[in-house]
Design a protein around this ligand. Structure first.
Ligand code: FAD
Length: 498
């Protein structure tokens, strides 16, 4: 039988996306593939991107990474969720905490009881029933599978880390698995004259690197997927109009928070990401409503520590490549699209693209049906995350022109359906393989002050006293172990200090 297996894979780009792809492919298919990675130190990487979601632990597991060694090597810290300040109204604060909230009884989620309790004045704020949020706000951390002596899930966590150090860490792993790195600037992408596939990338040194499958991790420029194949871009700036970020690292001040902060400003928002050796900060803003000098001033006025470098501006456009996979090129990372880091999803989208590539791994026939199926799944993943991010902007009650305009804009039908269902019934349904869970959506919907008209009728099965007792018990269970946990700094110092 004719062997159509792919042997030669070329990864173009050595940022987070490139080294994630090289590490994962070499860890899983290293004995079948020759993997080369081309990158240019002169061009460098985007150099930001530091907060993740819990799924990254699956990726690290797939690559055989020891978690403490990884946290140590990347100056990492632990992340229990994201605190949103000033998003609904100035002065508001809520957390999108990872993991479970409360405990469901019988058929319905905990939050249906909470909605009823809220209506009847016997419920505390939602975060008091979240173990992650309670532990996070106390500045503590430990790896806990279950809350001791209960059936309630323990801590669900992700990481903050220095993305450049993560790429370097993955590079070590990939090279040990046989990946060959070539340093050099690509000046030309050569296409096969018959089928239009990418045949090779040619470097300024004159060297040519050929392959059968190319993974484009060249960043915003999309060297293969766009500059060579002209795949096109689906523009979402009418829903996500922020188009710039100014980033600046600062010295750490005060206790190391085990969560990301997202603080809304007049025409955008600011991130604070605590690492062991510094805090990452950035101001994402909409240039149609705020000029760069003003955005920079807002950022420098609100960082907590001394800046450690000059602020740097990054331009972007929300959207995704028309096809993430075109001919024999698969785009991962910034070359495949961009959604602002409000819910820390970019590195996840890289991981997701790699997982889907593994399940759709082609042979040299490059079956169009396989490529189409991959592209449909990637588009679905992007669109669902897009909707979740739009929700944060759209459901606001602020009065600045930027916030008024995003409140009044027409949102995608898929998001409108979710909001309408929630308003009318208090229910959220997770569709297919949607990334964010029902409880994630619930926290943001409530946090942005969308209050449902009712709750599930099964929540009436309890008497008012039973309901109050149930809510009180959950709160006690969630808060009791917190003071016995180490602080976030203590945990890191003991397990994984850099
Ligand atoms: P890059 O880092 O740009 O790497 C591109 C690579 O291609 C480089 O190695 C470069 O040398 C190489 N290259 C390009 N052209 C050539 C050429 N001609 N020849 C040879 N080599 C070439 N993600 C998160 O998950 N969480 C966050 O909190 C987060 N925050 C972000 C904040 C901002 C403002 C931005 C812009 C992004 C953020 N991201 C975040 C996204 C995250 O930074 C990126 O998804 C991730 O780093 C992947 O980048 P990349 O590898 O695709 O591209």
């Amino acid at each position: 039988m004719d062997d159509r297996r792919i042997r030669d894979v070329v990864v173009v780009g050595g940022g987070t996306a490139g080294w994630m792809a090289a590490a994962a492919l070499s860890a899983t298919m290293g004995d079948q593939l020759r993997i080369r990675l081309v990158e240019s130190e002169d061009i460098g990487t985007v150099g930001v991107g530091e907060a993740t979601i819990p799924a990254i632990r699956l990726f690290n597991g797939l690559c055989g990474i020891d978690e403490d060694a990884f946290v140590k090597a990347t100056q990492g810290s632990f992340k229990l969720g994201i605190e949103f300040q000033n998003w609904g109204r100035v002065g508001d604060s809520y957390m999108h905490a990872f993991g479970q909230i409360g405990q469901s009884l019988d058929l319905i989620e905990f939050w249906q009881y909470w909605l009823r309790g809220r209506q009847e004045g016997v419920a505390a704020p939602l975060g008091h029933y979240s173990f992650n949020e309670t532990v996070g706000r106390a500045g503590r951390f430990a790896r806990i599978g279950r809350i001791p002596n209960t059936e309630l899930d323990g801590i669900s966590y992700a990481f903050h880390f220095d993305a450049s150090l993560y790429a370097a860490f993955l590079r070590g792993l990939a090279e040990r698995n046989g990946v060959v790195r070539t340093e050099g600037r690509i000046r030309h992408v050569r296409l096969d004259s018959q089928i239009g596939h990418v045949a090779a990338v040619e470097l300024e040194s004159g060297e040519s690197v050929s392959g059968e499958l190319f993974i484009d991790c060249s960043g915003f420029r999309g060297l293969l997927i766009e500059q060579a194949l002209e795949t096109g871009y689906v523009d979402w700036t009418h829903w996500l109009p922020c188009d710039r970020a100014i980033a600046v690292p600062t010295a750490n001040v005060g206790p190391l928070r085990p969560y990301t902060q997202s603080i809304a400003h007049a025409a955008g928002w600011q991130w604070r990401i605590p690492l062991q050796h510094r805090t990452g900060n950035g101001h994402v803003f909409c240039s149609a409503f705020m000029d760069e000098a003003e955005a920079r001033r807002v950022l420098l006025d609100t960082v907590e520590g001394e800046p450690l470098a000059e602020p740097r501006t990054i331009h972007f456009r929300a959207g995704m490549r028309r096809k993430a996979w075109n001919r024999n090129v698969i785009a991962l990372g910034l070359s495949s699209g961009f959604l602002e880091p409000l819910e820390s999803t970019s590195i996840h989208l890289v991981q997701n693209g790699i997982a889907r590539l593994l399940s759709h791994f082609p042979d040299r026939n490059f079956a169009p049906a396989n490529i189409d199926a991959y592209n449909r799944r990637i588009a679905y993943d992007y669109e669902r995350i897009r909707d979740f991010i739009i929700l944060h902007y759209h459901a606001n009650q602020r009065d600045e022109p930027f916030w008024q305009s995003v409140r009044e804009m027409a949102v995608p039908g898929s998001l409108l359906d979710k909001i309408d269902l929630f308003r009318a019934t208090g229910r959220v349904f997770r569709e297919q393989e949607e990334l964010f869970t029902e409880v994630g959506w619930f926290q943001v919907l409530i946090g942005q002050n969308i209050v449902p008209e009712t709750y599930h009728p099964l929540a009436d099965a309890l008497t008012r006293d039973e309901l109050a007792g149930f809510l009180k018990d959950i709160r006690t269970i969630v808060s009791a172990p917190v003071s016995r946990l180490p602080t976030h700094e203590e945990f890191i110092a003991h397990q994984c200090a850099a």
